[in-house]
Design a protein. Structure first.
Ligand code: GLN
Length: 322
């Protein structure tokens, strides 16, 4: 992992020019880190991404934006859809019901690991790993169509242009045997109800939503505003559920790199193997990143690098007191 060295943190959030400079430095650090990463190839369609692409979009409640680099390219949301699915599940099934089906513990294992599921505890450890997200999807599949979930994704990402990426969906569906295995294992243990094929199909479709760095900034902004769309005043998720979602993102959002990200960046975030990262920050501010060159754990290397710089320089870490 390539991280910049620490410098003195002395920038005020109230100084727009200084803040812009910090974001620019973060962007430049992130851009140069991309050369050390590699695009995901286990879903064949993802291997076509341009590993040198990098974009950063920061969006504040007052409408202020910072738009750097590649922020209009559409790419698949992948695991970041787990945040959206969890939001819908909490909204319609409630906290108790959701967390009687899935735990809220980080695993320290890879996102698609099956290990703990069979050896430690039958319920998936958290909603941000594949097993947990598939379990959450089993709670939604009987009630919600793909169109319903897509409509919610558009609302919560402040992006009406989000659509299904058919190529990525087909590629995932063709090569998603491990996810199907997870679903059938959950079914065999009777922790999951329903039809594993239909459930994984909906999971694949949600992973294949085409977003931009800006859509992810929109999602981060709504989360930073406690579930409120700051531009329309519409409540999309209750603040208590947003607190839950951000806590799970903080502890589990970066797979088996969540602990290190918590120490180095200290903000709720979620990554996807398409190269996206959504981050919810004080301000309130949403930060969306796109950099498909990944580190070995499956996280955007440029995204991690940029976020560490920005969080440190602006003292955004949740445990920075001042
Ligand atoms: N669709 C991917 C999978 O299920 C999502 C994983 C990810 O982004 N980490 O394998």
């Amino acid at each position: 992992m390539i991280y910049p060295t620490y410098e003195q943190a002395d920038i005020s959030l109230q100084d727009p020019a200084a803040v812009r400079q910090v974001f620019l430095e973060g962007y430049e650090n992130g851009l140069s880190a991309c050369q050390y990463g590699a695009v995901a190839s286990y879903i064949p369609e993802l291997a076509k991404a341009d590993g040198s692409a990098f974009g950063l979009y920061a969006w504040k409640k007052d409408g202020t934006i910072l738009d750097l680099g590649d922020t209009t390219t559409r790419f698949s949301i992948q695991s970041i859809s787990k945040v959206i699915n969890l939001a819908v599940a909490l909204k319609y099934r409630g906290f108790r019901d959701v967390f009687s089906h899935v735990l809220m513990e980080p695993t320290g294992d890879a996102f698609n690991s099956i290990l703990k599921l069979d050896m430690v505890e039958s319920r998936p450890f958290n909603p941000m790993i594949n097993a947990g997200a598939i379990q959450v999807m089993s709670l939604l599949e009987p009630e919600f169509s793909f169109e319903d979930l897509l409509a919610f994704a558009r609302e919560i990402c402040l992006d009406e242009e989000i659509r299904l990426n058919e190529e990525v969906y087909r590629s995932e569906a063709e090569t998603g045997d491990r996810n199907r295995a997870i679903a059938w294992l959950l079914k065999s243990k009777e922790v999951m109800q329903g039809n594993p094929d239909r459930i994984t199909d909906l999971y694949f479709k949600m992973c294949s939503l085409n977003v931009t760095a800006k859509s992810l900034a929109g999602l981060g902004l709504v989360l930073a505003c406690g579930g409120l769309n700051p531009f329309t005043g519409k409540h999309l998720i209750a603040p208590g559920y947003v607190r839950t979602i951000k806590s799970v993102m903080f502890t589990c959002g970066l797979y088996d790199e969540s602990g290190e990200f918590g120490v180095r960046v200290g903000l709720p975030a979620k990554s996807g193997v398409g190269g996206g990262i959504v981050c919810s920050a004080p301000g309130p501010m949403g930060i969306g990143l796109y950099g498909p060159a990944l580190d070995p754990k499956g996280n955007s290397l440029g995204g991690l690098t940029a976020l560490e710089h920005i969080s440190h320089r602006l003292k955004l870490h949740v445990f920075d007191y001042e």
